[in-house]
Design a protein around this ligand. Structure first.
Ligand SMILES: Cc1ncc(COP(=O)(O)O)c(C=O)c1O
Length: 444
């Protein structure tokens, strides 16, 4: 490591990083520049970013068009308040572009700065909707164990990973967790002849009945669970979830913060199962990480319920940066790039290549499961394939060895996640597999 890099690392101690512990941040990579799928550190290392930042840099690094969109908009008008009584052109154009883009019937967008705010907005909107409907007791949210929904107080407790709760209790009230439809290690009970999808959907119905349908506002799910270990649901799960939500009058919130904008091979992931949510949370890839932007889309029914409210029941929610002019301009340009470069198609084709490559690594005794949908894949590491005993220590060793080989992945418990830029090419996909294989060779 160069002296200069050492000095940067010393100075870096003046900021607190997300999910921070001094030990985990002792020796960070200091990134200076990015180009395509490659990151360059201040001490001259070149690293293949197999995670597209945090599942978001879909268009890859160093895109002139996005930089220019930000520059032009900042020069013209960086920001206006979008509180009622004012608006700006990029937010109008982006909301118009997004109307019906993800799912038919979701034509209204509320912008935020990221995914946690989007989910917070989704929960508040669900509560608002039920109050307007004359059902104020419907406030609870059912989520899944292993889910990650962000770090605002409500998103923290919608998240189904206990380590995010431990130091921040008491818990926000009204969040209930049920087992996720994990085909490799389902943690609920399977009844005779039941599939994992059926059993996990049954848990939703049981939770609604247990809590009382008159208390449940919404169910939230990531179509493909990300931070919880890249969990791809069985095909029967989401159609059953939709039926159950309809049966009991529960809004279905799809958290597509990771899966939105092409990542899984469809523009939005519930399309794989022909299912439509009532509220959609998005963020991340809307700008490919070039500006901070997220939001929710709501169904026409929710919108109409809002429209008919008396003034005393106004939707008193929104952020300084809702509809930020520069961020929306970047979002518009990024959508143009993603459409032109056919990212869902690329994710399907290159995702197949990546998945097949990663599956070739199951010959290692510690590779228990390899799964993927489009360009999001998980490699689960176990100490014994027959018992499927999780092995986070070996996972961390492989992660570090891969990083030393110039490949960035993400260790999530005992799963290594891969979610590279959708601009990746065939050779770079093969490079991920080669570098990971070399890392596994080195530790076995
Ligand atoms: C599924 C999901 N929802 C919400 C979030 C929170 O988004 P943000 O970090 O932009 O607040 C994330 C972040 O990784 C996520 O993966």
């Amino acid at each position: 490591m160069t002296d200069q890099t050492q000095q940067w690392i010393e100075k870096d101690k003046k900021q607190l990083h997300p999910v921070y512990h001094p030990k985990s941040h002792a020796n960070p990579l200091v990134i200076e520049r990015g180009e395509g799928v490659w990151l360059y550190t201040t001490d001259g290392r070149k690293i293949l970013d197999g995670m597209a930042g945090l599942w978001n840099v879909n268009a890859g690094y160093g895109r002139e068009e996005l930089a220019k969109a930000a520059y032009d908009q900042m020069k013209t008008l960086a920001f206006t308040s979008n509180f009622s009584g004012m608006t700006n052109l990029p937010s109008i154009q982006l909301a118009d572009k997004l109307a019906g883009f993800a799912y038919a019937g979701l034509n209204t967008t509320m912008f935020t700065s990221g995914g946690s705010e989007a989910n917070d907005s989704a929960f508040k909107t669900a509560r608002y909707y039920w109050k307007r409907k004359g059902k104020p007791t419907k406030y609870k949210v059912i989520a899944r164990k292993g889910a990650y929904h962000g770090v605002t107080l409500s998103a923290t407790f919608a998240t189904g990973l206990e380590k995010y709760h431990t130091m921040f209790g008491p818990a926000a009230e009204g969040f209930v967790h049920i087992p996720a439809p994990n085909p490799y290690r389902y943690e609920g009970q399977l009844q005779d002849g039941e599939t994992v999808g059926q059993a996990a959907a049954r848990e939703l119905e049981s939770a609604i009945l247990r809590e009382g349908a008159d208390t449940v506002a919404a169910f939230i799910a990531e179509p493909v669970m990300g931070v919880g270990g890249v969990v791809i649901p069985p095909d029967d799960y989401f159609p059953l979830v939709r039926q159950i939500c309809d049966k009991y009058g529960v809004l279905f919130i799809a958290d597509e913060v990771i899966t939105g904008f092409g990542r899984t091979g469809e523009w939005f992931a519930l399309k794989h199962w022909n299912v439509k949510p009532d509220i959609l949370s998005f963020a991340k890839a809307i700008t490919s990480g070039y500006a901070q932007l997220g939001g929710i889309q709501i169904s026409d029914e929710i919108r109409e319920t809002m429209e008919s409210a008396p003034e005393s029941e106004a939707y008193m929610h929104g952020y300084t940066y809702s509809g930020h002019a520069m961020a929306c301009a970047v979002g518009l340009k990024n959508l143009e790039i993603m459409e032109k470069e056919e990212y869902p198609k690329r994710a399907r084709e290159l995702g197949k290549r990546l998945l097949e490559g990663l599956q070739s690594l199951t010959e290692f005794p510690f590779v228990g499961d390899v799964r993927g949908l489009g360009l999001v894949c998980g490699v689960e590491i176990v100490s014994d394939k027959s018992t499927k005993a999780a092995d986070p220590a070996t996972t961390m060793k492989i992660f570090k060895a891969a990083e030393a080989n110039g490949l960035r992945s993400r260790p999530l418990g005992n799963t290594l996640a891969f979610s590279p830029p959708l601009s990746i090419n065939e050779d770079e996909v093969d490079e991920i597999v080669k570098r990971l294989g070399a890392a596994m060779d080195g530790i076995s």
